[in-house]
Design a protein around this ligand. Structure first.
Ligand code: M6R
Length: 385
């Protein structure tokens, strides 16, 4: 049932192109530059008059929701916020009747998210859920639901559900943008066309699994790792760190790259691998300069970059792999610790950059010999507070 893969997680990582195709099918309408999704259950009038989009989710689903928040602000121009499920419930939150609450949950059963949704509903907000399990508790209390068609996810560490959530949320942002008149048809078409090409581009990234495994081997002795990204690569950095800590038990922190100078830079030394998610997007130059700062402090830079980016690759060479200055081996002659992704529109980059991070966590955990599919202390569905 693992389809020849050693673990469900690895199988599910490789299923992502298919899962995204299934999530997009029947919804992406390139001819009309629109998203077809009656199941959202919202009139155009409601979409036009939204005062706020309030995302609520936990864990990996909250990382997808953070990207969703950035997209909704950018494409639909609605003020948006993201709250962690467990923080909403006891805070006596303020909801308004023209709020759209978007609950993101793979299982549709996470108690903290469900409780937050019920509170929002009682306050009169319109609720949409993005869920993978059909007819689960959160969709049942929602006014509309956008299902991800990832298929059953068995690995406790969420992978294909994360990327299909991203696809669903980007479609939701386009849907809202078109109805609110903030997204011109040509821009909607540009984003949807890019989304349509993601599965093929993801297959190109998955073909680099062995390169990721080699990077994992080199950094296996790390005790701590930092993950940095800007804009929609910030949730990707958070997700890369969460994946690593969940299954490999290596301590990892995700940070907005711009926050580095406000604290975490103090941690950087030659024993600290720092993964920088730095594709050629609208914040590329700034993230590149963060990479230079890490390198200047002898941190070991692992880069996720757009193909043929010589500047990033140069910064990812010479890593000592946990044996700094030991004189063993000639690491400088090694291939750079960089994984390239294909050229793509800014909006879809997170769906591509997260894949090497999932693989990195997987290989680090597997090489350490942990129980990848059933990490200690974790449950797939958290139905307790
Ligand atoms: O089913 P949900 O998406 O609501 O679950 C939320 C989190 O419990 C979940 O994403 C968790 O963080 C995963 N183990 C991450 O890999």
């Amino acid at each position: 049932e693992k389809g020849g893969y050693k673990h469900f997680m690895l199988k599910e990582i490789h299923e992502q192109p298919r899962a995204i195709e299934d999530t997009l099918r029947g919804r992406v309408d390139l001819n009309n530059a629109d998203v077809v999704a009656a199941e959202i259950g919202m009139t155009d009038e409601v979409a036009k008059n939204l005062g706020r989009v309030y995302f609520v989710a936990c864990g990996t689903s909250a990382h997808a929701a953070m990207a969703g928040r950035y997209w909704v602000e950018q494409l639909a121009r609605v003020p948006s916020t993201l709250e962690i499920g467990s923080e909403v419930r006891y805070r006596d939150p303020v909801f308004m009747p023209n709020d759209l609450v978007v609950a993101v949950s793979q299982s549709g059963e996470t108690l903290d998210t469900l409780a937050a949704v019920k509170a929002a509903k009682a306050a009169g907000a319109h609720i949409i859920s993005v869920a993978n399990v059909v007819d689960s508790a959160i969709p049942r209390v929602s006014d509309g639901v956008l299902y991800t068609h990832a298929g059953p996810e068995i690995g406790v560490a969420s992978t294909k559900c994360f990327t299909t959530q991203l696809a669903a949320l980007l479609m939701l942002a386009v849907y809202l943008g078109r109805r609110r008149g903030t997204l011109k048809p040509e821009d909607a078409r540009r984003v949807l066309d890019a989304l349509w090409h993601v599965p093929a581009q993801m297959r190109e990234v998955l073909a680099k699994a062995e390169d990721v495994k080699n990077i994992a081997k080199k950094h296996l002795r790390a005790h701590d790792m930092l993950f940095l990204g800007r804009g929609t690569q910030f949730p990707v950095a958070l997700e890369g760190a969460l994946k690593l800590k969940e299954i490999s038990y290596i301590h990892a922190e995700g940070y907005a790259a711009g926050e580095m100078k406000h604290g975490p830079i103090a941690l950087i030394d030659e024993d600290m691998p720092v993964v920088v998610v730095c594709p050629r997007d609208n914040q590329y130059e700034k993230t590149l300069s963060n990479m230079q700062e890490v390198k200047a402090r002898e941190g070991q830079v692992i880069g996720i970059c757009t193909e043929n980016d010589a500047d990033v690759k140069r910064l990812c060479t010479g890593n000592a792999g946990g044996t700094p200055r030991s004189g063993r081996g000639n690491w400088a002659a090694d291939a750079p610790d960089a994984i390239e992704i294909p050229v793509a529109e800014n909006e879809v980059l997170p769906l591509l950059t997260v894949v090497p991070l999932q693989l990195l966590a997987y290989y680090m955990a597997d090489l350490k010999g942990t129980d990848v599919d059933q990490p200690r202390n974790l449950a797939k569905t958290v139905t307790v507070e």
